[in-house]
Design a binder for this molecule. Structure first.
Ligand code: PLP
Length: 237
């Protein structure tokens, strides 16, 4: 059984998770989509291990963490076997080894040097590493993610590198007051997905990881397969 610290209210957590799942379901149905085609990634960064266990008990199976060291500490005791963890924060090349060991998917691949380092580490371990190409769709100044124009060449590099499997695309929409303003960003990521699929029909590229607590319903309407939700599940950071 999972030990849950007494400070974490399991009932409250279950209520928040159920609330998010209900909103995901409604947004999917509004868009004529199967609710099962949307995966909620519980973004547990800055929250303690006990919060992950509580969210797991409430039904979350995919977790998102931003930092390698923080995730390593939290996962010193492994999660149940059906839970997976995605890296959603910037990855420095000198942290590639622990990252490959820890994470089931690396959503934040955005440059050639990182692709090289990940491919080398994956080859060393004789395994395949699942990645997403992170795109700075809105071309915001200090945001991570590649420029949309660089996405085709970076995808070529991921494919050519071997040992990496690109499952799709990830983006972070600009912070806006009205979630509807994020819609164009989500739509543009989907258009980029179409473009890249024509270039590489052999690569599935099914994943669109887009949408967070403030804008996930709009993202689902625009085709998100993965929504990364922190505050709406774990509370304010
Ligand atoms: C923190 C974070 C999230 C979750 O944001 P919330 O607003 O808490 O839902 C999603 N994606 C990335 C990349 C993040 O860093």
């Amino acid at each position: 059984m999972n030990e849950v610290a007494p400070s974490i209210d399991l009932g409250e957590m279950a209520g928040r998770v159920a609330g998010v799942m209900g909103r995901v379901r409604m947004a999917a149905l509004r868009a004529g989509r199967d609710p099962a085609s949307v995966t909620v990634v519980g973004v547990s960064k800055t929250f303690p291990r006990a919060s992950l266990d509580a969210a797991y008990a409430a039904g979350i199976r995919v977790f998102g963490e931003s930092r390698v060291q923080e995730a390593r500490d939290k996962l010193a005791m492994p999660l149940p076997a059906d839970a997976t963890v995605h890296l959603i924060g910037q990855l420095q090349t000198n942290k590639v080894r622990p990252a490959v060991a820890l994470f089931d998917m690396i959503e934040s691949v955005d440059r050639a040097s990182l692709i090289d380092a990940l491919a080398r580490e994956a080859a060393k371990r004789e395994r395949t590493v699942d990645v997403l190409l992170q795109v700075n769709v809105a071309r915001e100044a200090q945001k991570s993610g590649c420029a949309p124009d660089d996405a085709p060449l970076l995808l070529d590099e991921i494919i050519a590198a071997g040992n990496l499997r690109c499952l799709g695309l990830m983006t972070i929409a600009p912070l806006v007051d009205d979630p509807d303003d994020a819609r164009k960003t989500f739509r543009d990521l989907r258009l980029l997905q179409e473009e890249l699929r024509q270039r590489h029909p052999e690569v599935p590229l099914d994943v669109l990881s887009m949408g967070m607590s403030g804008d996930f319903e709009v993202a689902i309407e625009e085709g998100a397969t993965h929504v990364r939700i922190g505050r709406a599940i774990f509370g304010t950071r």
